[in-house]
Write a protein that binds this ligand. Structure first.
Ligand code: C5P
Length: 271
């Protein structure tokens, strides 16, 4: 039977991938399906937690017993998350699990109208018989003139996870456990795990779940293999800082993360 060790705990999970609008019909997005976050939310709810799932552009059924809030962009996700954290009578939450793939950048300008392909260098010639290309609109947020190789100006999104860590350290937010996820690929010099350790140090979360995504693992697949890293600064002495999880269904990864959350929330957990 499942342990009922998260009873009464308030947990917020983000899942899916943000979409950063470019114009009314286009966006910059990513391949995150949201399945890992959904599986974790379902397991946490089954173990007694009061779970809110902030879902960015997922195509999955709402997990039973979980409150789902839908968002699109990174800024919307941040707004929804901070709303959850400010709610609950200001008493904070027991855990935040940042599983969503949040875009690091968004287009600096969101066009009010669909951006037109204008004739000129870098575009295909109009097929015979079609109407001539529409003239470029002008003004801020409108189509720029034709150029050889067009570009999109980007603005950096807030790092939501790091913001949570900082706000907690400053006493602005009450969050028991902060969990991040990282999909990493290794290169010749550095393993995916080493990148994960560096990311944990940078982000400062209590836990970072590192997925190696190079081998077709991770995004858009049912099974996941992961290493769970714990922050040496916030982990009780004697607790393992690294745990390899066997490759298995995302619900099992979710259960392992729930184990850690429950353990860290125990009154004698020491942190
Ligand atoms: O830096 P990277 O995107 O790999 O970090 C992954 C972790 O950081 C995830 O937990 C993700 O939800 C979070 N993140 C965030 N805000 C961003 C980018 C990532 O909270 N702008």
């Amino acid at each position: 039977a499942l342990p009922y060790d998260l009873a009464g705990r308030r947990i917020v999970v983000t899942a899916g991938g943000t979409r950063e609008p470019l114009d009314p019909v286009r966006f910059l997005g990513n391949r995150s399906s949201g399945r890992q976050g959904y599986a974790l939310a379902l397991v946490a709810a089954a173990r007694g937690a009061d779970v809110t799932l902030i879902a960015a552009n997922t195509d999955l059924l709402d997990p039973p017993g979980v409150t789902v809030r839908r968002v699109g962009s990174a800024l919307e996700l941040q707004h929804a998350l901070l709303g959850e954290l400010a709610g609950a009578g200001g008493s904070g939450v027991d855990a935040v699990v940042m599983n969503a793939a949040v875009a690091d950048f968004r287009p600096s300008i969101v066009a009010d109208h669909k951006i037109k392909k204008v004739s000129g260098a870098g575009t295909e010639p109009a097929a015979a018989g079609t109407a001539p290309a529409e003239p470029a609109e002008t003004g801020p947020g409108r189509t720029e003139p034709a150029e050889a190789g067009r570009s999109i100006a980007l603005t950096e999104n807030p790092d939501i996870l790091r913001g949570l860590v900082r706000a907690r350290a400053a006493g602005e937010l009450t969050i028991g456990v902060i969990v991040g996820f990282a999909a990493e690929t290794g290169d010749q010099q550095t393993s995916a795990l080493d990148f994960g350790r560096a990311k944990l140090a940078r982000k400062g979360s209590d836990v970072l779940v590192v997925n190696e995504v190079s081998g077709g693992q991770g995004f858009e697949v049912a099974d996941n293999a992961a290493v769970v890293l714990q922050n040496p600064d916030t982990t009780a002495p004697g607790e393992p800082l690294q745990r390899q999880l066997a490759r298995g269904p995302k619900a099992l990864i979710g259960a392992a993360v729930c184990d850690l959350i429950a353990q860290r929330l125990r009154p004698d957990a020491g942190s």
